[in-house]
Design a protein around this ligand. Structure first.
Ligand code: DWN
Ligand code: SAH
Ligand code: ZN
Length: 409
């Protein structure tokens, strides 16, 4: 029996429901000549808190191992995501930022994909971003960035220097932070009395419903639901007052937290909470069924890739995502099944994938010549990538998807 761990939100007992086994750091793309003996591995497993329902990893990876000067994920690599964040910036300008000289803090601003529009609109802002290279890109775009991990002490410094924040925003970052107590304490301190803490992250409901198990990896420590976020907010004097489902990254929820009592919760909060009860989201049987679904995908995907290899077909991966680390390492997919992965990120090209050491090549390698099949690891960007690679399908090429089920399109 796996041992329990302690909930990072409420201190309750976290019971394990799925073990992904030994996994490498999801964004540690290695130089091909590096010593494989030096690669860092840890046990990736998920559990649910028996008290507050928060789904979380059973053990954390030290943050400096994941987020450092060579962190290779550049948010602006997707045109679709650029539009998504520009639209949010516009909305914030029209709603939360209408007062005199408003101030916005973004936690995990990465290359400035969201703050860019606010900086251009002349809004006072600060991005807090520990990963050096991506922070440099943001700074070069005229964004004010602090290279640091946001936590309680950072929040107090920012308050002393710049005053309270009207909006604190985080996309795909809050769920990366096991020391979330320090973040929420910091948010409570830094947020203006009428301010809003807005964050968006992969939604547990969607991950369970679509068996998108590759959303689970070292960086994604928490899988939030409306229920677990509501309970978490209340512990820190905050209140969940709005939720919005988003289509990006395979299904996310944008949560709005304010100082407790400052606003009336929306009907959308009530509805999502009710939906989660109906689908028994954090119940043991649901989580158990998810695990069964993961093993089914694992079996079907490895069988398909082995069959294609036996038939002499060429299969190339597309998108050297962090998510792909979970898929390749859980399923045992190496260069014998997928000889290389195409990816548009210069920092990943010429390197090999974590754990299974599949070479990463630029997108130009895709057409040279086109493979018979492509395993779409960046399935969350399917529309954008399939449009870009239309000539692949026209040449008779087929995409392999594995979420919510293994299929060829
Ligand atoms: O939460 C996180 C999300 C926001 O980003 C981080 N923990 C890490 C990262 O996760 P990911 O690597 O799974 O994210 P994406 O956005 O699915 O990665 C897409 C990958 O595919 C990137 O390496 C860029 C590449 N790509 C490409 O080669 N051609 C992407 C697009 C849109 C393309 O057209
Ligand atoms: N907001 C971007 C980036 C998501 S990737 C987007 O949605 O695309 C997660 C980012 O969080 C990384 O750039 C990482 O360096 C940053 N991060 C991790 N821990 C952090 C912390 N404690 N404070 C601020 N940023 C953090
Ligand atoms: Zn808990």
């Amino acid at each position: 029996m796996p041992s329990d761990s302690q909930c990072r939100v409420c201190g309750g007992t976290v019971r394990e429901f799925f073990d992904f086994g030994r996994q490498p750091l999801s964004d540690a793309f290695l130089a091909p000549e590096s010593d494989p003996g030096q690669e860092f591995f840890y046990r990736l497993a998920t559990g649910a808190c028996q008290d507050c329902t928060m789904v979380q990893l059973m053990a954390e990876v030290p943050r400096e191992r994941m987020f450092h000067d060579a962190y290779p994920y550049y948010s602006s690599g997707s045109a679709y995501m650029r539009t998504h964040f520009e639209e949010l910036a516009k909305r914030l300008l029209a709603t939360e930022l209408t007062g005199d000289d408003p101030f916005v803090v973004e936690i995990g601003c990465n290359d400035g994909i969201m703050l860019r529009a606010l900086a251009e609109a002349g809004v006072r802002h600060l991005g807090v971003e520990p990963s050096g290279a991506v922070a440099d890109v943001a700074a070069a775009r005229g964004i004010r960035v602090r290279k640091a991990f946001f936590e309680d002490s950072t929040a107090r410094q920012i308050l002393a220097e710049s005053g309270p924040a009207d909006v604190i925003y985080a996309a795909n970052t809050l769920c990366h932070i096991p020391y979330i107590a320090s973040i929420l304490t910091g948010v409570k301190t830094l947020l203006a009395p009428s301010g809003a803490f807005v964050f968006e992250d992969p939604y547990l409901g969607e991950i369970i419903e679509r068996t998108s198990f590759d959303q689970i990896y070292d960086e994604h420590f928490f899988l939030f639901s409306a229920r677990s976020v509501q309970a978490m907010a209340a512990r820190y004097g905050l209140e969940l007052v709005d939720v919005e489902r988003l289509p990006v990254h395979g299904g996310e929820v944008r949560y709005t937290l304010v100082h407790a009592g400052a606003r009336t919760p929306s009907g959308a909060v009530r509805k999502l909470l009710a939906d989660e009860l109906t689908m028994k989201l954090a119940e043991p049987e649901t989580l158990h069924a998810f695990g069964t679904g993961v093993l089914k995908i694992k079996d079907e995907l490895t069988s398909l890739l082995r069959e294609l290899r036996a038939e002499g077909k060429r299969v190339v991966g597309y998108g050297a995502t962090a998510k792909s680390a979970t898929v390749t390492n859980l399923c045992g997919i190496g260069p014998d099944l997928v000889p290389f992965i195409c990816d548009s990120t210069p920092a990943k090209q010429g390197r090999v994938s974590p754990g299974r050491h599949i070479p990463v090549r630029p997108p130009e390698a895709f057409a040279d010549p086109y493979p018979d099949y492509s395993l779409l690891f960046a399935w969350n960007h399917a529309e954008e990538i399939m449009a870009k690679e239309q000539a692949f399908q026209e040449s008779g090429g087929k995409w392999i998807l594995y979420v919510p089920e293994v299929r060829i399109v």
